[in-house]
Design a protein around this ligand. Structure first.
Ligand code: GLC
Length: 582
């Protein structure tokens, strides 16, 4: 009976008015007292859309995405309802690590266009009320940067100390692990001056020496250049690594379990960030987000505690690294991580919330289920999680379509230096190459870097040329044009939930409380602010599940559901996501 009554009221609500307009009336009834929220800022309330420029839209037919391509899609970006775009690096680069190896911080990568194109892009975004976040890669530069060319030319060159050198007559330096090196060796011997240089990432990405104030001044100058152009936000790449213990001591056994702690977090890390803040950041209305601040919540807090005047917010990796890409990760542990981090930042500081980015496989393949019958519904469920947690959502291009892992069968299809070099390492050390390829179908970064699927035409409407990386063969059905026409698509669900979040500050600022914490299948929580309360219930499994929140839903209003029929009592369908107003 109750079930039928709920079904009838659901239908009445749905008929004759769009779901979203009904939701507006709900928020009008319970208008949040937003003026009384302390510490309100645009970047806490924003939804940030990440664009991987190589793969968004190619305008000139060379198979590589470009700035004019992004410009041609500004109205699409606007239609998503997002507030800001984060662009992965677009600076001049030899592209060993797809732009994370910058050879000139003041120039645009020619494949992407010109500085004029950049200015037009920024203007086009601003005209639409959308902000721009640039990626700042200053733990390392490219080995083709002029600073490095000078630095390696002689031991007495003024740029020598822009990088970390170890003269070979002192013997071999203490080993350091490199993330992308074929031999995992972070010290590269250079015959030119008979010395080793340090590279935490690839050989072509030498680490910059932040101990040197001249280098720091050059970085600040570069930041001013972009901020003077009107850039609104900065994403600080790999930032815990900038400051190292430059005596390069040996590490204790087991250090690799917390590599960030030993590799970064040098004695002067926060002095440098505070200096940068004083010299540059504090002079602009800029949002900053630190990648790599996550050795612990306490360490992360140091980056974002407002009293310290460092960055606006930080990512933590404990969530994204959880389960090591295993298909059946334990949901209880997942809930524990997000709940713990939330509790640590409940009263001060601010975090980003994300389930994917360019360093990860696709969200739906990683955390949901990309089998045809579950792809849409589990994409929507995961999107619901990201959009209803406290923290600023960072949402990766293509996830709004439910794009999934491409799962390459052979190494030749890969473009990412980290996968290619790891494969070579495996080969050199007699590893199991078949297993390697199988594992990479779940974990490789290239899974998340394939071109955006605009339509069902050749090359998914991404390029008229040959794409730099293969396009996922499911583009005939999974594409923007098709999803525009379907009111029930992942894309249109994304638009609805972005509006829901933006119109309901309770979803931004509200207190988070985990419910039914030992439920192995369902993630349930409330968000509460100034007398408003929402309940979010998410079935993370591919089978029906029940939830026990202890909340009587008789008077609850259903705000959003990723199925077309409402839940029956406490039962949820596979990957069902429901939001109630209590
Ligand atoms: C960051 C970037 C990643 C890059 C690495 C080296 O982790 O997100 O893509 O490879 O830094 O710059």
């Amino acid at each position: 009976m109750l079930k039928n009554m709920r079904l009838i009221s659901y239908l009445i609500i749905s008929i004759g008015c769009s779901f979203i307009s009904c939701k507006y009336s709900v928020s009008a009834r319970h208008a949040d007292k937003i003026d009384s929220i302390p510490g309100r800022t645009w970047w806490k309330e924003a939804v940030i859309y990440q664009i991987y420029p190589r793969s968004f839209k190619d305008n000139d037919g060379d198979g590589v995405g470009d700035l004019k391509g992004i410009i041609s899609k500004l109205d699409y970006i606007k239609s998503l309802g997002v507030d800001a775009v984060w662009l992965n690096p677009i600076y001049q680069s030899p592209n060993y690590d797809n732009g994370y190896d910058v050879s000139d911080y003041y120039k645009i990568q020619p494949q992407y266009g010109t500085m004029q194109d950049f200015d037009s892009l920024l203007q086009g975004l601003h005209e639409r009320g959308i902000k721009l976040v640039m990626d700042i890669v200053v733990n390392h530069s490219s080995s083709q940067h002029d600073w490095f060319k000078q630095s390696r030319s002689s031991r007495t060159n003024p740029y020598r100390n822009y990088y970390h050198w170890w003269n070979a007559e002192k013997g071999k330096p203490t080993p350091r692990y490199s993330f992308f090196d074929v031999n995992n060796d972070a010290w590269k011997y250079d015959t030119l001056t008979n010395a080793y240089y340090l590279h935490y990432f690839a050989q072509q990405q030498p680490d910059l020496n932040w101990e040197n104030s001249a280098l720091r001044e050059d970085i600040y100058k570069m930041l001013r250049f972009w901020l003077d152009k009107g850039v609104d936000g900065l994403r600080m790449d790999a930032f815990q690594f900038i400051a190292k213990d430059t005596t390069f001591p040996p590490f204790p056994a087991g250090y690799e379990k917390n590599i960030a702690k030993y590799y970064g977090n040098g004695p002067h890390l926060h002095d440098y960030i505070q200096e940068m803040s004083k010299e540059v950041l504090s002079k602009y209305p800029v949002m900053t987000v630190a990648e790599g601040a996550d050795t612990s919540p306490e360490d992360a807090m140091k980056f974002v505690d407002p009293a310290r005047h460092e960055f606006s917010m930080a990512y933590h990796f404990e969530g994204i690294d959880y389960g090591k890409y295993k298909p059946n990760y334990d949901l209880i542990g997942f809930k524990k991580i997000y709940s713990y981090w939330d509790s640590c930042f409940e009263n001060k500081g601010w975090l980003a919330i994300f389930l994917a980015n360019h360093d990860q496989p696709r969200m739906v393949s990683h955390w949901g289920n990309d089998a045809p019958q579950f792809r849409n519904v589990s994409s929507k469920m995961l999107t619901t999680f990201v959009m209803t947690m406290r923290g600023t959502p960072y949402y990766y291009y293509g996830d709004e379509l439910g794009m999934d892992n491409i799962k390459f069968d052979k190494i030749e299809d890969y473009r990412d230096i980290s996968t290619i070099n790891a494969y070579q390492h495996e080969k050199n050390t007699g590893g199991d190459l078949e297993k390697f390829i199988e594992d990479k179908k779940r974990s490789a970064r290239d899974n998340g870097r394939t071109p955006f699927q605009w339509d069902g035409n050749d090359n998914a409407g991404f390029t008229t040329g040959t794409p730099w990386i293969k396009i996922n063969s499911d583009y005939k059905t999974v594409n923007e044009a098709a999803e525009e026409k379907d009111s029930n698509s992942v894309l249109n669900y994304f638009r609805k939930i972005v509006k829901l979040r933006k119109n309901n500050p309770v979803l931004v600022y509200g207190k988070y409380t985990l419910l039914d914490k030992d439920n192995p299948n369902v993630y349930a929580y409330t968000r509460e602010l100034n007398g408003r309360k929402m309940l979010i219930v998410l079935n993370f499994k591919n089978k029906p599940a029940t939830v026990n929140t202890g909340i009587n839903l008789a008077k609850a209003t259903l705000l959003l559901d990723n199925y077309s029929t409402p839940p029956e009592g406490n039962s949820l369908q596979p990957y069902e996501a429901v939001i109630y107003e209590l």
